[in-house]
Design a protein around this ligand. Structure first.
Ligand SMILES: [Fe+2]
Length: 224
């Protein structure tokens, strides 16, 4: 009997410790060092769809941004699944979580002027999702990987975001015209956007070289 009471106490202590470690040491390197003693697998955990929506709700993300993220997730998972069929090894849950959460701090950045890719990444690090944080951190700037290298989850989420204008799937050209209208307030920002457009076109070529259909196929997702 006393043995079972000790066992229960130990189990409760372990759970409390895990929660405390996560609460107090939100950065990934702490997870590696400290959670390793408790549960190494937790470092690799990903938020499932339900948890992603919980995070969006907890951070009071407006519904129009949630709708944008859902459309980006639709495009990103469609691409990731198609690439997996062609032999790429992509973590589909990571792609979906990255897409659903990529703009989780966008509404705040409109007031504070912060870089919303970096602030979203640091929020997700604090919540204990370093892999998703890495994908989200690259959604504003993600140059294509070298030719012949495996496609990365961040390339998919970045590209999918550049194919969704608000909640509508569009061509890369239309999306960048919209970005220029909204953010091209100076000559230097216009030059930067032109450069980004060229890089994204390279990424588009890299992705679709591996697929049996072209970029225009994504427009058909709009019809369901
Ligand atoms: Fe976005």
């Amino acid at each position: 009997m006393i043995f079972f009471l000790y066992l229960r106490k130990f189990a409760f202590f372990s759970l409390t410790l895990r929660w405390e470690v996560r609460r107090r040491c939100p950065f990934s390197f702490c997870y590696i060092m400290m959670e390793g003693m408790v549960c190494r697998r937790d470092y690799l955990r990903l938020p499932d769809r339900r948890r992603c929506y919980e995070i969006l709700r907890e951070n009071q993300v407006p519904s129009h941004i949630v709708a944008h993220c859902e459309k980006v997730a639709l495009v990103a998972t469609f691409l990731a699944e198609a690439l997996c069929r062609e032999g790429e090894e992509l973590d589909l849950a990571l792609v979906e979580a990255g897409a659903l959460l990529h703009d989780v701090t966008k509404h705040l950045s409109l007031k504070t002027g912060e870089n919303h890719a970096l602030s979203a990444a640091s929020l997700l690090e604090r919540l204990g999702y370093p892999q998703v944080a890495k994908v989200v951190a690259s959604h504003i700037f993600c140059p294509p990987g070298p030719p012949g290298t495996p496609i990365r989850e961040e390339e998919i989420v970045y590209y999918a975001d550049k194919r969704v204008k608000h909640t509508r799937i569009v061509t890369l050209k239309e999306r960048f015209e919209d970005l220029k209208e909204r953010y091209g307030r100076s000559v230097s920002s216009l030059i930067r956007l032109d450069h980004l457009y060229e890089l994204t076109r390279l990424l588009e070529r890299r992705l679709f070289k591996k697929l049996p259909f072209g970029p225009e196929r994504l427009l058909e997702l709009e019809d369901g």
